[in-house]
Design a protein around this ligand. Structure first.
Ligand code: GN1
Ligand code: MG
Length: 372
């Protein structure tokens, strides 16, 4: 793509080597704007980077996001080195800004940051096999484990109350009452579906508040496309998208990965007949995740992992529907009813998870016995 002078001047401020040869937008993710840059080095080789404009509607204090990212990636790098793993290409590296710092302010309120591109890697939006999903489970589990000795008080809450289900239920109710986009009348049944589950879905928040489960460093956005896979072998290389790394519950990370990856359909599938929880994929991810976290998580966390799947699916349904009612201010959308379609798909998935709840518990309990 051609680069306008504004983007060019932002790129100039980062400490990139060589001469910019190519710049293309990467269109995954609902939040940030992302580009892949390719630089030509004097010896003829090329080097790739990721440049992102941090969405400052979503992240009110982008500098706190970057502080978290720096701290967490450094911790993981050290942890890998101690375990004899070469961290290169396995953990994100922030590209410094010329003259210091890790972010560029563009003068229009936009904040930009850059990472080394994870080489020879791909991502997938749909799970291709149970074995692949098991690997992704292991990758998110290792991420969790490597951060289990991280001093959690150093982390900023980059989106306060991100998984505070009770607050989200309250905010949802406000969106229904305000009805700024005049859409509530058309989605009464969907609203009732969300309302009817408001209290039971606060289970994780309640367990955290009661001290039944501990606060942990959590990724908070464990979609499968946030793990880079080796382009040839499919091996999980690197966990990316660390913007929402915050104190939270391990159940969130387990649950969101199941919500997205173990569904038989895409997150915005409109043919609801096709939307269900695939129990083979559930078991595969659980195996990878539990094998790599069993030594760190408490028995109460382990046994309650399935709660995470239900709560995260509920939360996403609620958030998509709230954004639809708010007139689509938060998520990027491709067409006017996109958020409604996403919400309905998540509600259908949740209904199927509710029917398969016992099976999820049985699977998790068996894996816990095997790995603890
Ligand atoms: C957003 O940017 P992306 O697509 O990784 C959202 C998640 C949602 C997800 C739903 C900061 O993630 O919380 O679960 O969309 N991220 C933020 O696809 O709100
Ligand atoms: Mg994200």
């Amino acid at each position: 793509m051609t680069i306008d002078s504004k983007l060019g001047s932002i790129i100039d401020r980062f400490d990139f080597p060589g001469i910019l040869g190519d710049c293309r937008e990467v269109k995954t993710g609902h939040i940030n704007i992302t580009y892949r840059l390719r630089f030509a080095l004097p010896d003829g080789a090329t080097r790739d980077y990721i440049l992102q404009r941090i969405n400052n509607y979503v992240f009110k204090k982008p500098w706190e996001v970057m502080e978290n990212v720096q701290l967490v990636t450094e911790h993981i790098r050290q942890s890998m080195t101690r375990q004899g793993i070469d961290p290169k290409n396995r953990v994100l590296r922030v590209v410094p800004v010329k003259g210091g710092g890790n972010m560029v302010e563009d003068g229009d309120g936009g904040y930009w940051r850059a990472y080394d591109y994870i080489r020879h890697a791909k991502t997938t939006d749909r799970v291709e096999s149970p074995a692949q999903f098991r690997q992704i489970g292991a990758a998110f589990g290792q991420f969790q484990s490597m951060l289990s000795d991280f001093p959690i008080e150093k982390l900023h809450d980059t989106i306060p109350h991100f998984h505070d289900t009770r607050k989200r239920v309250g905010d949802f109710e406000r969106s229904v009452q305000l009805d700024v986009a005049h859409r509530a009348a058309g989605v009464r049944e969907d609203i009732e579906f969300i309302r009817s589950r408001g209290e039971v879905m606060c289970r994780i928040v309640d367990m955290l508040n009661a001290g039944d489960i501990p606060l942990r460093v959590t990724h908070n956005d464990t979609k499968i496309n946030n793990v880079m896979l080796d382009a040839d072998t499919g091996e999980a290389l690197c966990v990316i998208d660390l913007d929402t790394v915050m104190p939270g519950s391990a159940l969130y990370d387990f649950g969101d990965a199941i919500r997205y990856g173990a569904s038989t359909a895409a997150e915005d599938e409109t043919d609801l007949e096709r939307v269900a929880l695939d129990m083979d994929l559930f078991a595969a991810f659980s195996e990878g995740f539990i094998a790599s976290t069993a030594a760190r998580l408490t028995p109460v966390e382990l046994e309650n992992l399935p709660v995470g799947a239900l709560v995260m699916t509920y939360e996403n349904a609620l958030r998509f529907l709230a954004d639809y009612l708010d007139g689509d201010t938060y998520y990027k959308i491709d067409y006017p009813a996109h958020n409604l379609d996403r919400a309905r798909c998540q509600c259908k998935l949740l209904t199927d998870m509710e029917a398969k709840r016992d099976g999820m518990y049985t699977t998790v309990a068996a894996l816990c016995r095997r790995f603890t």
